[in-house]
Design a protein around this ligand. Structure first.
Ligand code: GRF
Length: 206
């Protein structure tokens, strides 16, 4: 995908602590990074992710599913809200809702999600817990292009993390999140500066 000139416009979607968002905000403080966060959206109020955006002076919006007639209406509202910020890239960073078909179609090829497991293993809401319960020795983080499925889109990047014998879900997820943030900052920066292509399932950043 090619971009307009100037820093890439990122809209970031969050549902919780927002440490991935913070990593992007920190990276964007350097003009050489090539991107800026133009808005942060959430599906709930009162989360640290929104506070992080506000402290950085980034506009925020909250769209709760329950304030809409149905999921399709919420999806349409989310699509309009994000589109109004004219993003080059939409980053789901700990956004705990599945965006619907109209959203995925509107931002096809430029909507990415970070997941705390090595896809296609352990998709869904509990990537770290499911990997630990299965007993794998290596897990990690995946950045992928969102398609209509649940964590099924083309993979952009992955980072591996060893599972320790004494890990619990929290310790494992925290270690995953450390590499997840590094991956997100590295890859979103390269996509922003250099563009990317998607051929079948192969994503290439030149
Ligand atoms: C990340 O591990 C993300 O992949 C998962 O939830 C976590 C969000 O962390 N879905 P944060 O809100 O960015 O701190």
């Amino acid at each position: 995908m090619t971009r307009r000139s100037g820093p890439a416009r990122l809209v970031v979607l969050v549902s919780g602590a927002g440490t991935n968002l913070q990593a992007l905000l920190d990276a964007c403080a350097d003009p050489a990074y090539g991107a800026r966060v133009v808005a942060v959206g959430a599906d709930r109020d009162g989360i640290e992710g929104l506070a992080r955006a506000e402290r950085s002076g980034v506009p925020t919006f909250v769209l709760r599913v329950r304030d809409h007639a149905d999921r399709a209406a919420w999806d349409a509202a989310l699509t309009d809200a994000v589109a109004s910020f004219e993003p080059d890239l939409v980053v789901s960073a700990g956004f705990m809702k599945l965006a619907g078909p109209s959203f995925v179609a509107r931002f096809a090829g430029r909507f990415v999600n970070t997941h705390p497991a090595l896809l296609p293993s352990f998709p869904g809401m509990h990537g770290a817990a499911d990997a630990l319960a299965y007993g794998v020795k290596v897990t990690g983080a995946t950045l992928f292009v969102v398609d209509e499925g649940v964590d099924t889109g083309p993979i952009i990047a992955q980072r591996a993390v060893d599972v320790a014998d004494d890990d619990d879900v929290e310790s494992l997820h925290e270690r995953i999140k450390t590499v997840e943030r590094e991956m997100l900052v590295d890859v979103v920066g390269r996509m922003s500066r250099d563009g990317w292509t998607i051929n079948d399932r192969r994503v290439t950043i030149p």
